[in-house]
Design a binder for this molecule. Structure first.
Ligand code: ATP
Ligand code: MG
Length: 409
């Protein structure tokens, strides 16, 4: 016997009515997409919960996948048996036998949802407790803080037993909060920002600026690997826009405004991203900026840079310490890729003393003195290569960036 299904708990408890229905539909869709690698499973939805029925396959790999899916708060592997006392006792025995070691304390937590079942909730606690307890002389009952709490839920169609509550990623199911463009560098912060945006239910398309040949193909490959990793979490292929940024960078660098270089580059990036957002129907821009981390991430820099776009800027890691961001990067499996040594376009062109307090009027005047900048921005948008990447981890052909959107890598 053992586990035959997994129960998924999801949803913000404050969500009601129509929102709840939309959420549940998106959740089911998202689960089904992620379960493509397990064609055996089937689904059952009831009372605001979702069950994934295993139909004979092991529960561990299925749980590993579900844990990373957004919108799910926690999961438990479940044994289901007919709602009959003897069957429930036998299932409780199985659970006990499956444990690595006997817990010091335990508690039975039965709930009779089907009122026609012969034994009430309290009575069931005693019936199952007194069946188990004599078999494990070292184990004691503790109703307040037991090491093992065996839950027994008696429904008409079946009785469900479970004890493990495995935390999942939380948030909202994919695509329940609109779409935004993610500025994805090869660094540590922006993939984390992307993951957090996905967790909030945002659909994302990634935008990466490269300065080939100053930046290498490996630097782009690294971003492809990161985007793929994000697509594992969303459960759908992710579109990555590769923007040629060399000419704009060269132009800005030659404007002899050393300390404003970064400010000007960032503003150009936002203008390009805004145009891509318009084209691909996204309503915001997500970045991996973190307050105070570098010169361009002071309040005053962010003010001057942010004015280059009217779209809302979303900065999920803005208030986080680097160490906290790194912790998440490790957990979501982007850290090892992010720390690969390939230079990104901004580090290469980094001035010696970037301004931490740029003046908006000066910046605007400098931009007016670069009359060809708008044309270069337009050309960069036109020269952007958009590729659709699926989650297949890491191993792509070097240098093989296909222009066709139909080809999923
Ligand atoms: P990250 O670790 O994400 O690179 P960072 O701490 O290095 O961030 P910056 O290099 O100042 O910070 O970049 C700030 C943000 O600007 C990044 O998080 C990212 O969202 C965006 N960004 C920077 N460089 C690029 C790039 N080449 N392509 C796309 N977005 C970029
Ligand atoms: Mg960076």
């Amino acid at each position: 016997m053992m586990y035959d299904r997994i129960v998924l708990r999801y949803g913000d408890l404050t969500m009601k009515g129509r929102n709840r229905k939309i959420f549940e539909d998106k959740m089911l869709k998202s689960v089904k997409r992620a379960m493509k690698e397990f064609p055996e499973v089937t689904y059952w939805r009831t009372y605001g919960r979702l069950y994934v029925i295993l139909n004979g396959i092991p529960h561990q790999p299925v749980i590993e996948r579900l844990k990373d899916l957004f919108g799910i708060i926690s999961v438990s592997p479940v044994i289901s048996v007919p709602s009959e006392l003897e069957a429930i006792k036998a299932a409780a025995d199985e659970v006990m036998k499956s444990l690595d070691k006997t817990p010091a304390t335990f508690k039975i937590n039965a709930r009779r949802a089907w009122k026609r079942f012969a034994h009430g909730s309290h009575e069931m606690n005693h019936l199952i407790g007194s069946h188990i307890l004599p078999q494990y002389p070292d184990m004691k009952v503790d109703v307040h803080n037991p090491e093992l709490e065996l839950k027994i839920e008696i429904q008409e169609e079946a009785t469900y037993l479970y004890w493990e509550n495995i935390a999942a990623a939380g948030g909202f199911p994919y695509g329940s909060n609109g779409k935004a463009m993610l500025l994805l560098s090869g660094g540590i912060d922006s993939p984390v920002a992307g993951w957090m945006a996905l967790r909030k239910g945002l659909e994302i398309e990634a935008v990466h600026f490269h300065s080939y040949p100053f930046t290498s193909q490996q630097a782009t490959d690294k971003v492809i690997t990161l985007a793929r990793r994000l697509s594992y979490y969303s459960g759908v292929p992710i579109r990555l826009h590769l923007v040629p940024f060399t000419e704009i960078q060269t132009r800005i660098t030659h404007s002899n405004q050393e300390n404003l270089t970064i400010t000007l580059m960032r503003r150009a990036m936002l203008r390009i991203t805004e145009q891509l957002a318009l084209k691909f129907k996204a309503g915001g821009i997500v970045t991996g900026e973190s307050l105070g981390q570098v010169a361009s991430q002071t309040l005053s820099s962010m003010n001057v840079i942010g004015r280059a776009t009217v779209l809302p800027m979303i900065k999920p890691v803005i208030m986080m310490d680097k160490q906290e961001i790194i912790t998440i990067a490790r957990q979501i499996g982007t850290f090892e890729t992010s720390i690969l040594p390939f230079e990104d376009c901004c580090t290469l062109f980094l001035p010696k003393s970037p301004s931490t307090n740029p003046n908006l009027r000066i910046v605007e005047r400098v931009e007016q003195q670069l009359p060809d900048l708008n044309d270069l921005i337009k050309q960069a948008v036109e020269g952007t290569e958009s590729v659709l990447l699926n989650m297949t981890e890491g191993h792509h052909e070097h240098g093989q960036v296909d222009k066709s959107e139909e080809d999923w890598f």
